[in-house]
Each structure stands twice: as C-alpha cells, then as structure tokens.
Design a protein around this ligand. Sequence first.
Ligand code: GTP
Ligand code: MG
Length: 429
Amino acid sequence: MSKVRIYTLAKDLGVDNQKLLEILDSLGVVYKSVSSTLDEDTVETIKEILAAEAAGGTPAQPGTATQGAPATDTTDAATETDAAPAAAPTPAAPQPTPKDDVTPTPAAPTPTPAQAATASHAAAVAVAEAPAREIPHRSPVVTIMGHVDHGKTSLLDYIRKTKVAAKEAGGITQHVGAFEAQTSKGRIVFIDTPGHEAFTTIRARGANVADIAIIVVAADDSIMPQTREAIAHAQAAKVPLIVAINKVDLPQADVDRVKTDLTMVNLVPEEFGGDTVVVPVSAKTGEGVEDLLEYISLTAELEDLRADPNGEFSGVIIESKVDRQAGVLATVMVQEGTINVGDFLVVGETYGKIKAMTDSLGGRIKSAGPSTPVQVLGFSEAPVSGDKVASASNEHAAREKVAVRVDTRRTVEEARAQRKLSLEEMMGS
Ligand code: GTP
Ligand code: MG
C-alpha cells in the first residue's frame, strides 16, 4: 500500500478530519495539513485505534488502556505516556507536535496500539477539559487575491450565483467586498480584493482578516506580478493558501505550466510532492468549483476556527465610504462577540452609535455575530480601513475610551517632540 492523505483516509474510514488529527497528535505524528500523507504503519495504527474504540475497547480510565488492545513490549516512551495521566492531576496530554514541518514523520517509533490507545485517551480527556473546545465554531473568512483580470470576482459570482463582475466599472474591482455565501459546504464568508497594481494596501488588509487565502491564477496567463504580491501578503499574514487555477475552459489554458511556475515561487503542488493545494477551476463553466469549496472546508476544519458570540465584541473595519444621502457607511467584520443596533462602537479616535445594519445581501439586520460582515450606519466620520473596532456599553464609556486614546497619542507625541528638542540642543543647533 502506498502513502495515503489524511483527508482521504478520513473519508475511507468514515470519521471526520478533526478526529484523525487528534489521533495523529496523540501518536506524535507530525503533519502539516489534512493533505499530508501518512505511511502504512501509521494508517494501520489508526485503524486499530478506531477498531478498538468501536469495540468499546477505549478505556474509561487511564491505566486500563492495555485491555482494549494486545499489549506488546513496554518501551520508555510507553512508560512516559502511561505515567502522565496517572501522575499529574490534570492529564498531561501529549503536546501537539509542531505542524510546520514539511514531511509527516513519526516523532517517535510508531507506538503499539496499546500505547496509542492510552495516548489517544489522554488527548481525549485533555480535549474535554480544554475550555477552548467549548467555544462554538465560526464560518471561515476566505480572501480571494490574485493578478488583475484573472477572474476573482467571476469566481465569487459563480459561487454566490451573482453577477457582480459584469457590473463593475471597466470590469475592474476597486474596493474590497465582503460577502456571505451559503455553499454546499456550509456558510463561507468571502472577501474579494482588487488585482490592479494600485491597490496593494487593500490586498494586504484583505489578507490580514483572512483565515484562508485563495490565490487565483489564470491558466492562460500564469504567475504575474500581483500573483506574487498576493502570495507574499498571504504568507506575511500567516494564513494557509489554496491556489485556484482559473479559466481552464479556455483553449489556451495550460494548467501544467502554472503548476511548474508555482514551484518557482516555492509553492510546490501536491502532485509534485509538495503541500500546496492546487485546484483547477473555471468561473465560466463551474468546473472544479465544488472541489475548491471542499478544500476550503477541509482547511477550515483543520484551522479549527472558533469564536464566542457571547464574548466581548471585537471586529475590524473592512472599508468605509461616505454616501451623500445615508452618511458614513462602514463595513465591519465581526470577529468575536455580537453587535446590535443601538450599540456604541469605538474605532481609532472616533465612536458611533449603530443606527442601522445591513448584511452583505443588503437586508436589514438587528444583530451580527462572529464571521459576519455588516454595513454599519452611525459613525460621524469615516473610520480608517483595517482599524480595529471595539464596543462600549454607552455613550459615556465610548467617549472615555476615545479620550484615553487621544491622551495616549498626545503623550507619545509630546515625548517624541521633547526627545527631538533635546537631541537638537545636544547637537548645538
Ligand atoms: P480585478 O478585480 O480587476 O483584478 O479582476 P478579477 O480578477 O476580479 O477578474 P474578473 O472576474 O473581473 O474577470 C476578468 C475577465 O475574465 C472577465 O471578462 C471574465 O468574464 C473573464 N473570466 C473570469 N473567469 C473566467 C473563466 O473561468 N473562463 C473564462 N473563459 N473567462 C473568465
Ligand atoms: Mg474583481
């Protein structure tokens, strides 16, 4: 049997990816993503663990692990693993191994099923006790980036079944748009960015709010300057990226050339032995779009994205504009907590009371939770895009927050001016 990818194995075994990753963590197997490959021994061990669990062999108590599976020799590693849950009051789960190594190599000799079952149990206990696990999942925020005209907006249009690209002035995206989409893989929030070279800061901002970046590369044009720039933004923001090779319907499309060119920018496609996920798509025919959504959902699952809708609100300004009739309209991405009409928001040195909110489809809404882009009416001046947004319980608290920020800035400025002055005195000027 040859090597098998994690997500393929999960599918074959009928378990979710998260479950497999937990087992791998407990085995000390290093992986980078759900598309990392596993060797035969690891696959066999996983199967044994799952079979033992299915047969009710997973021990209810630490220490009874060996009952569920045939115990063989006891190595040092096994003693250590076994001792941890019993000795420490809080079960010391095996530390999840760093996931940034390229090759998935077992960190220790592949444990016997007995050791594995114990380790898996310890991990399960730790999982149950970790408060982070109780925070609900949130939808992924996926930013679409790439060179001008490579088909970013068209791809989004296909996914959302809209026709935004055709309505844009000159067919060029000039701002960042955030949209919610109900897809076959659940709710995904997309951020469309412009590919024109003039909009570097907008692309960087898009990458910064993303959980996942899709780099769109046209199959007839391959890697171009803003493709490289987009890749750099995604890497700087440390977000996982997926490459979508678009326009594969064109007769002059050359998918292999794009894959080869990707290796030149250090993104080695999986089929070349690397770990960059590359999906050929067509925004025109829809070919490959389902696969792309599947990869987005797999990556999101691996990222284990969570946010507390009842926690303290935090968000970020995606963009803002002044509408002649409506006034200041700011698009806020809710990251944590929930905002409601009537709440006070503080951004930089301004604040506003939310008078009305609309979702990305233009519908009026009264509240918005994590991973929701909303257009907010209520700021008196346009907030700066990319700025963090906080909330305040009432107008007085909002004013106080702003006053503190103004004070801090003035103090810093004065200190700076003072330093400059004394430096000049020292230099005798
Ligand atoms: P900017 O936002 O300005 O960077 O452009 P974009 O990347 O959003 O490209 P857009 O979606 O506006 O598409 C550019 C052109 O390519 C349009 O004429 C689209 O109709 C065309 N196009 C996009 N995707 C495809 C595709 O998959 N196949 C074909 N044949 N044409 C496509
Ligand atoms: Mg566009």
